[in-house]
Write a protein that binds this ligand. Structure first.
Ligand SMILES: [Zn+2]
Length: 135
């Protein structure tokens, strides 16, 4: 059950068009449209509601064109649903607090870690540096 309820019009007003399209209409941003998030220590938060979803520590370079993480932040409200669109069976991931579509999770992540790859749209998340972190 999502904690945050807004109408489509309310989300449209509070988000930029690309973020709205991806998070609320389950879109996908163009690959490689987010080349650079800062590499400094910090968290990635839901672009819609600000819930902490991922940590910089679990971000890795997957070369798939989208930010990739091998794990969610402990206790993060990341929920999964089976996605049968585009003739594929995939696992969609979204923010359980507000229902924002984030991306998909695939079982081809780093084997020395969790083996999972959270393939996340860059516009669905916002980077926030840790308090007092350098750079
Ligand atoms: Zn959210």
């Amino acid at each position: 059950m999502a904690k945050i309820h807004k109408t489509e019009a309310e989300w449209r007003d509070s988000l930029d068009p690309e973020t709205f399209r991806v998070t609320r209409l389950a879109g996908t941003e163009r690959p490689f449209s987010h080349p650079g998030f800062p590499k400094s220590a910090g968290s990635f938060k839901c672009a819609c509601c600000g819930a902490e979803l991922f940590s910089q520590e679990t971000k890795y370079e997957s070369h798939c064109g989208w930010p990739a993480f091998y794990a969610t932040k402990e206790g993060a409200p990341v929920a999964e649903t089976r996605d049968l669109s585009h003739g594929m069976v995939r696992v969609e991931v979204h923010c359980d607090d507000c229902g924002a579509h984030l991306g998909h999770v695939f079982p081809d992540g780093p084997q020395d870690k969790t083996g999972m790859r959270y393939c996340i749209n860059g516009v669905s998340i916002r980077f926030e540096p840790n308090e007092g972190a350098e750079g």
